[in-house]
Design a protein around this ligand. Structure first.
Ligand code: SF4
Length: 352
């Protein structure tokens, strides 16, 4: 069965009073985020959430360190509650409310980065036992959330827990400065985890202190969708499959791919403005390949594609078949024109 990963967004509790933050949350909801993750430290934060809960467009997961707040947090009817794993007894006292409200429980392992390898892994076993205890008590929407600065340890810890104890995991995506660095780091960590089938939800954590900015939130969501979409875990409007190039490539493939990406994005936005979502027609796959030795395979499997040829020309493939050969300078525009025709045709047949 096709999996789709829900997206959550981490927001500082104080920020929800800002008008700009509410706008950022509304934009996030439209882009597919379903819950916000709020650090609730005291009664003041609870009052803050209660006062504006009617304007919040997303479900609330309350992250609490102080287990005496569990009562009040549950009274607000939150979608989820994130606590230290050692609050299990307090959670069990609220078993009936948790089950009745269908609230998720996240057991968060934070601040474990400095521990020795042995201590950390025995801690994982402890957490797994508590997870099991809650599950046996009938609390089903359970997740472990491990924060660790070392991606290799994070990967192995999550894999071990999943394999040995069958735990469900909330994975987090951290934003750091630099678009390239972000993309590489998150593709590596998230891609490895999701490829192994680890992760039932993804928490987006925009750069600290700016998570109420619409741009910051938008960047985090775009990145997450790109990574998840590539793992087929989030519906994507369009996907570009491109080769890394080698000595066989005679075209400027990188420049061509960047131009195609830009034009497809503009095309998708135009459809969105007409109220049409490319995800509703299963998305569009576009292959941009450097040569006609290995390129035709990918180009045939995509909706539309290019495979480079000698003398700075390329073959255009459409619906699995070679279509025409064009000089390099004409390939991009021709590919976009035919992509548009394919999209229109898909929308048309989806109406029948
Ligand atoms: Fe090289 Fe052709 Fe493969 Fe691209 S598709 S990496 S140009 S062999």
């Amino acid at each position: 069965m096709k999996r789709s990963i829900p997206l959550y967004l981490s927001i500082p509790c104080k920020a929800i009073e800002n008008h700009s933050c509410i706008e950022a949350l509304q934009a996030a909801a439209e882009l597919g985020v379903s819950r916000m993750w709020l650090d609730v430290q005291n009664q003041e934060d609870i009052t803050r959430i209660e006062e504006i809960s009617h304007t919040l467009p997303l479900g609330v997961v309350a992250v609490i360190d102080d287990s005496s707040l569990i009562d009040d947090v549950l009274r607000m009817g939150v979608s989820g509650i994130a606590v230290q794993p050692f609050c299990v007894e307090e959670l069990l006292r609220h078993r009936d409310e948790l089950i009745e409200q269908g609230s998720s429980v996240y057991l968060c392992m934070r601040g474990v980065g400095g521990r020795s390898f042995e201590t950390f892994f025995s801690l994982l076993n402890e957490v797994a036992l508590r997870y099991e205890k809650l599950k046996r008590a009938g609390i089903q929407n359970l997740f472990v959330h491990i924060s660790h600065p070392d991606p290799v340890i994070l990967f192995n810890a999550s894999k071990m827990m999943k394999e040995r104890f069958g735990t469900h995991h909330l994975i987090s995506q951290k934003q750091s400065r630099g678009r390239e660095k972000n993309l590489l780091r998150n593709s590596l960590i998230l891609g490895s985890l999701f490829y192994e089938g680890i992760g039932e939800a993804l928490l987006l954590q925009p750069s600290s202190g700016e998570s109420d900015s619409e741009k910051e939130v938008g960047d985090a969501i775009t990145l997450a969708k790109k990574v998840l979409g590539s793992c087929k875990l989030f519906p994507r409007g369009y996907t570009i499959i491109s080769c890394p190039t080698c000595g066989r490539c005679r075209m400027d493939l990188l420049k061509m791919t960047v131009a195609i990406d830009r034009k497809l994005k503009a095309l998708e936005e135009r459809y969105n403005r007409q109220g049409k979502q490319l995800e509703d027609i299963g998305g569009i796959a576009v292959a941009v390949m450097g040569c006609n030795v290995n390129g035709p395979g990918e180009a045939r499997n995509a909706d539309i594609g290019i495979a480079g040829k000698k003398n700075k020309t390329g073959i255009l493939f459409k619906n699995g078949k070679p279509f025409k050969t064009l000089p390099e300078g004409k390939l991009v525009d021709e590919l976009i024109a035919h992509t548009e025709a394919i999209i229109d045709c898909k929308f048309e047949s989806s109406r029948c």
